[in-house]
Ligand binder design. Structure first.
Ligand code: PEP
Ligand code: MG
Length: 762
């Protein structure tokens, strides 16, 4: 056998070069049977429902058996490996009691048999088997090699396995289910309508021009065109939609007008690139900065930039969209991503759902879908909309599922759920101006998290009582250099004015580490433990002072500013910050600006800040718990690393102990406290925090109505014994299970009562 390591890397490289699933699986079995010099190498994968193993590829067995041989978990030697999750290496397979003969495979001539389970993130993906005519066990070296190969391949195969797209027996018009990422809740049904892309930006190839002036003129004309198109689109939608959509159009306008875009493209045209090629490079550069961020919110912003780039390209290439004649029936729009302007081209009342092969729950497609109440599923990597044009589709935004060609019974069941859901939302709307108060009178303040100006209004529309977290780094990231005091002033003023007199907690710059600025490179080995938040801004005082001054000035006439400091881990950081604010107030007043000293808050997201609260109290007026980072730093689990994502849970008993400790300390120190991480959007966590006694939560605008309904539907006193029980539990899933029935009873989206309708269709 070759050196295991070089063999492995050549195999992994060969897989990486293959696009199509069948070719990929074929490469695996072909290369492995060659390398291990065996007569048979077979790959079995679990079906997406995880109850059957299917022969997915083979060298040596009859290829006609591929896709047809199906074993239940525990059936035969392969099933035994799957059930026991252990390796099996035997000299004579047919002599083994567990052996099951499957005629289609013609396998009786083989004796030696070795199989290993393929496991990714503790989940069974399938089984990899080698066989030979000799009646002798495989060597220890061969066994170790196969185990190593299996551990490497499981990661590459797991997406494929889950999608079920490799089950080649599936006809194109068959009933299929695709699992994606939640975009917007709700259920819709209709015919699949593919939003056809124009020539894609990433298909533009390098090209030169012969006339820079003409090229720049074309580019500027395209920008104007898109600006007008956006204007018209927002106008058209504006008649039908909540006012906050207008703000989302403004984000595109802002990007369209950003000097970085215009000057960047013109500079490249000056260097000889044609406009389309210059545009692609500049857009990719801008989007890449956002892509590089570990923060999912910021990563999602790169889509906006690409979207706007695409629209400019469409104009440059004069590929104007033809007038769309859509059938007069409900539609489910499908595409890689669907922009606001794409939506504006369809009669709104006909759009019943969106399915996107790209994007995430923080994509603007998802934000818009939420604003419009259109169910949406994002990140459906394995759905090829082209294959399903015109087919009937169910979009289940509650379960992040897209169902193609559902059988009649299932469709009827979903129609019933849609009606039920409509009634639920009518009830939610009535709550906008109602207080978030439990049945037994425990009042909670619901604030919103925001970052873009565009995101400000949805909070107001959903009854937010203020902004609990304004992430100020976002305006910094869409700029070409540090924004000046005046530029910041304009932005902050708009946010404060939109909410006045409701309070707005503006957090100072939380960059460094994962959040990069285009114009300030920070590359570190261990970014989460590095130059981040207050550590960065205190070391760059002019930047911090400029930001504080802009915020203080924006507060004039609004009087609702509160300052919030991220990533505090030491007392001297808060002391220094307070001094900077006091000095800024003093010097602005000397300059004749009637600024006032705002309340100063501290994010508790580093465990040391939680433990030092009594020492920090003299420097702070309130506390805001960043549960995302607090969980990350308490559990030593990277919040963005999918390998350990199963370990990241804000219901971990240690996090709950921390939350109770913080609340107790804050009560003793008379410090108001709020929670602003994702935890505040998780209904179970909200019940736990209610029981603990938390009275202020800050969450995304879209979650406010549901959380308000939850709060208004429970008796806090009834939650107290559950919290007692939760304190005794050691596992987050047990804690979740304890509160889940209450959440389900109040918020559970309508589900199929008729399970028969669902399962009959499998
Ligand atoms: C947090 O850490 O929970 C938080 C709200 O801040 P961010 O997600 O911006 O780090
Ligand atoms: Mg944080």
């Amino acid at each position: 056998m070759h050196s295991p390591l070089s063999t492995l890397s050549s195999l992994v490289e060969a897989i990486a070069r293959t696009q199509d699933p069948e070719a990929m699986m074929d490469t695996i079995v072909a290369r492995l049977s060659e390398l291990m010099q065996v007569d048979v190498c077979s790959l079995y994968l679990c079906n997406p429902e995880q109850d059957t193993l299917v022969l997915a590829a083979t060298r040596g067995l009859s290829t006609e058996a591929v896709g047809h041989v199906r074993l239940s978990l525990n059936e035969g030697l392969v099933g035994h490996i799957a059930a026991s999750l252990s390796t099996l290496n035997i000299a004579d397979a047919p002599a083994d009691d567990r052996f099951v003969y499957i005629p289609e495979t013609h396998e009786q001539a083989y004796h030696r048999f070795m199989g290993v389970p393929l496991i990714h993130l503790r989940q069974l993906i399938g089984v990899l088997v080698v066989q030979g005519t000799e009646a002798a066990k495989f060597s220890d070296e061969e066994e170790a090699f196969l185990i190593t190969v299996a551990s490497q391949l499981a990661g590459a195969l797991h997406h494929l396995q889950r999608s079920g797209s490799w089950l080649s027996t599936t006809p194109k018009d068959a009933y299929q289910r695709f699992q994606g990422i939640k975009g917007a809740t709700g259920i819709g049904t209709g015919r699949l309508w593919v939003v056809d892309p124009h020539m894609l930006l990433d298909q533009v190839t390098p090209g030169m021009h012969s006339d820079a002036i003409a090229e720049k003129a074309d580019f500027n004309e395209a920008i104007e065109w898109v600006a007008e198109e956006l204007e018209a689109g927002s106008g058209r939608l504006g008649h039908h939609l909540p006012g906050d959509l207008q703000a989302l159009f403004n984000v595109y306008q802002m990007m369209l007008n950003s000097p970085e875009l215009k000057q960047g493209v013109e500079a490249r045209i000056d260097q000889g690139d044609n406009a389309a090629w210059a545009l692609r490079q500049v857009i990719e550069g801008m989007a890449g900065l956002f892509d590089a961020s570990d923060d999912p919110y910021l990563r999602a912003r790169s889509e906006d930039i690409r979207n706007i780039g695409q629209r400019i390209l469409n104009q440059l290439l004069q590929h104007e969209r033809q007038v769309i004649e859509t059938p007069d029936e409900p539609l489910i729009l499908a595409g890689e991503l669907i922009s606001i302007t794409d939506l504006a081209e369809f009669p709104l009342q006909r759009i019943r759902g969106l399915v996107c092969s790209g994007g995430s729950s923080l994509s603007h497609t998802a934000i818009v879908a939420n604003a419009l109440g259109i169910p949406a599923v994002m990140g459906l990597e394995h759905l090829d909309p082209d294959l399903h044009r015109g087919q009937r589709v169910i979009v289940d935004g509650n379960r992040a599922e897209c169902i193609i060609n559902p059988p009649e019974a299932l469709l009827n069941e979903y129609q019933r759920m849609i009606l039920e859901e409509q009634r639920f939302f009518q009830d939610l709307e009535k709550l906008k101006d109602e207080p978030a108060e439990t049945l037994d009178g425990f009042r909670v303040r619901l604030l919103t998290n925001t970052g873009l100006l565009a995101d400000a209004t949805p909070g107001l529309q959903r009854g937010a009582e203020g902004v609990g977290l304004y992430r100020s780094e976002i305006p910094f990231m869409i700029h070409e250099s540090f924004p000046t005091e005046e530029e910041q002033l304009r932005i902050y003023k708009k946010v404060l004015a939109a909410y006045a007199p409701r309070p707005v907690s503006m957090r100072t710059l939380d960059i460094g580490g994962d959040k990069q600025l285009p114009y300030f490179d920070i590359t570190e080995e261990n970014p989460y433990l590095g130059w981040r938040g207050i550590r960065f801004t205190l070391d760059n005082t002019p930047l911090l002072v400029t930001q504080i001054r802009a915020m203080l000035r924006a507060d004039i006439g609004n009087e609702n500013l509160k300052l919030l400091v991220p990533m505090v881990s030491r007392v001297d950081e808060m002391a220094a910050f307070r001094r900077h604010v006091e000095r800024a107030v003093e010097s602005l007043q000397k300059e004749g600006c009637p600024v006032r000293m705002p309340a100063i808050g501290m994010m508790v997201e580093v465990p040391s800040a939680m433990l030092l609260l009594p020492k920090l109290a003299p420097y702070i007026d309130f506390v805001s718990i960043g549960s995302n980072d607090l969980t990350q730093y308490l559990l030593a689990v990277d919040r963005n690393n999918p390998r350990v994502s199963a370990l990241f849970d804000h219901l971990h008993p240690a996090v709950l102990v921390a939350l109770e400790h913080i609340l107790q300390q804050c009560d003793d120190l008379h410090l108001p406290v709020s929670v602003c991480g994702e935890m505040a959007s998780d209904p179970v966590a909200v019940l736990v925090m209610l029981a603990m006694g938390y009275r202020s939560l800050s969450l995304s605008a879209f979650n406010i109505p549901r959380i308000k309904l939850l709060i208004r539907s429970v008796n806090r006193t009834a939650l107290l014994p559950l919290l007692q029980d939760a304190r005794r539990l050691s596992h987050e899933s047990d804690i979740r299970a304890l509160f889940m029935p209450i959440v389900d009873a109040i918020l559970a989206p309508p589900t199929s009562e008729n399970e028969g309708a669902d399962s009959a269709a499998h």
